[in-house]
Design a protein around this ligand. Structure first.
Ligand code: NAP
Length: 251
């Protein structure tokens, strides 16, 4: 795989796992279109890429809005002439509340950002990649897409949904040169995990106790798996939900 000829779109690139992935792709030589809700985090990501000699552009987009996602994908193609890989990673955790206490507003907000967001990204990315006869997509699910997590019903439902959507899109496009996989991170040290730990102090010990490896993961450890899934080294891998989780779901 020649990363220097590769154009990659990363959503949620202004923070955490998305930023780490944008940096990792750029370090290999890929041209990166970095997308997020807010420009400040994005501009920092682009600056970090450029400081390391890489190439990236920022695009402001809310992945829960069809218009934004269509424009984001069009912008990526306009900027660099093609779209080879996409990391559909933007997401929110929503409020901590049990299934009975989850509000309709929280449910709608989380499902819109996480599940509708990934579907909209696929909707506009897949035809571009199929027209090129080549592409690789990775969606961010979670260990919460493979097992339950009390207190986060909307998040868990959205992340399970992403796994089903990934499998379906993978089957639809397997014969057209486009691979679609999901990555399922365990607890990863990002602003999202900080927020969860702040809102529920017991979470910190719970999360570390859930990790057989004895520590939370680093965003770079997820980025490494995403790069592999997008690379030709994974050319026979599609429709998979790969846990990168310190052993969480092996228990
Ligand atoms: P993060 O640091 O909060 O980064 C998520 C980024 O996505 C933020 O920049 C956020 O913007 C952006 N975003 C949220 N809603 C968006 C929308 N509608 N449109 C565009 N961008 C949007 O969290 P992270 O931990 O890196 O999370 C990245 C992904 O990994 C998420 O899908 C998350 O569910 C998943 N994940 C994380 C963990 C973990 O332990 N950290 C574990 C499993 C899975 P704002 O900051 O402006 O909201």
């Amino acid at each position: 795989m020649n990363w220097r000829e590769t154009v990659v779109l990363v959503t949620g690139a202004g923070s955490g796992i998305g930023r780490a992935a944008a940096l990792a792709f750029a370090e290999e030589g890929a041209r990166v279109v970095a997308a997020d809700l807010a420009m400040d985090g994005l501009e920092e990501t682009v600056e970090l890429v450029q400081k390391r000699g890489g190439e990236a552009r920022a695009v402001k987009a809310d992945v829960s809005r069809a218009q934004d996602v269509e424009a984001m994908v069009a912008q990526a193609v306009k900027s660099y002439g093609r779209l080879d890989c996409a990391f559909n990673n933007a997401g929110i955790e929503g409020a901590l509340a049990s299934t009975a206490d989850c509000t309709e507003e929280n449910w709608n907000r989380v499902l819109a950002a996480n599940l509708k967001g990934v579907w909209l990204c696929l909707k506009y990315e897949l035809p571009k990649m199929a027209a090129q006869g080549r592409g690789a997509i990775v969606n961010t699910s979670s260990v919460a897409g493979l097992v339950g997590f009390p207190g986060l019903p909307a998040y868990v439902a959205s992340k399970h949904g992403i796994v089903g959507l990934t499998r379906t899109a993978a089957l639809e496009y397997a014969g057209r040169g486009v691979r679609v996989n999901a990555v399922c991170p365990g607890a990863i040290e990002t602003p999202m995990l900080d927020r969860l730990e702040r809102s529920e102090p017991r979470m910190q010990t719970q999360v570390v106790a859930s990790e057989p490896i004895g520590r939370p993961g680093k965003p770079e450890e997820i980025a490494a798996a995403v790069l592999w899934l997008c690379s030709d080294a994974a050319s026979f891998v599609t429709g998979q939900a790969i846990a990168v989780d310190g052993g969480w779901v092996a228990q």
